[in-house]
Design a protein around this ligand. Structure first.
Ligand SMILES: [Mg+2]
Length: 213
């Protein structure tokens, strides 16, 4: 595997503590079937008025969730670790920029400015699991996708990373109902394990390079 030059994080449930967004509640409120993804369901609603109403409901839920959200365990330490190692940092979310901004205010040691790129659903034609956002992040961060580590708590995060050719880490929690298939390169239970994985990958690489000298 390549040296890791950047890390792209999913936001809700990855950098924030899982459970603050009530996906089941949103689906119920906009009458989205349980097995359909919310954004694509709204985009497919037949009338503009129905779409407008559903977007409003979704935004309200997202706003409340952002207010409530807290940093995930190990998230702030990991972002600071990456800064120290000069590994670039990005966020890729199906949420809105305003939600990310609001939620990050509940963090003590990490700010918006600690991320080199933030890509939300407003920046892409097709959200995760489409690889568009990952590829856009790689371009903006000026790194090849194969050196951009995608970290997320939902199968769409992993699928988007895989389709972009990026290495992936799946963050499992008590809310995980289904692991990604095909599986992520790594599965972790806490974000603190991510720093160890990066260290192992980057150190191993450096050593292999030295050995061939
Ligand atoms: Mg998530």
């Amino acid at each position: 595997m390549n040296t890791i030059r950047a890390v792209l994080f999913d936001f809700d449930g990855t950098l924030t503590l899982p459970g603050s967004i009530d996906f089941a509640g949103i689906k119920k409120a906009i009458r989205c079937p349980g097995d359909r993804p919310i954004l694509e369901f709204i985009e497919g609603l037949p009338s503009a008025a129905d779409q407008r109403r559903a977007w409003q409901v979704l935004k309200q839920f997202e706003k409340q969730a952002a207010w409530r959200s807290r940093p995930n365990k190990g998230a702030e330490e990991l972002v600071r670790f990456l800064k120290r190692r000069r590994i670039r940092r990005g966020i890729l979310t199906r949420n809105r920029h305003a939600s990310v901004e609001m939620a990050l205010k509940n963090f003590a040691h990490v700010r918006l400015a600690d991320f080199n790129v933030i890509i939300t659903r407003d920046h892409v034609q097709r959200s995760k699991p489409d690889p568009e956002g990952v590829l856009l992040a790689a371009r903006r961060l000026r790194v090849p996708a194969a050196t951009l580590l995608m970290v997320g708590d939902y199968r769409y995060d992993i699928e988007a990373g895989q389709r972009a050719g990026a290495p992936t880490i799946f963050l499992e929690s008590h809310l995980t109902t289904r692991r990604p298939d095909p599986p992520a390169d790594f599965v972790v239970c806490t974000l603190s394990e991510v720093a160890d994985i990066i260290d192992r990958l980057n150190r191993g690489r450096k050593k292999a390079h030295q050995d061939t000298k």
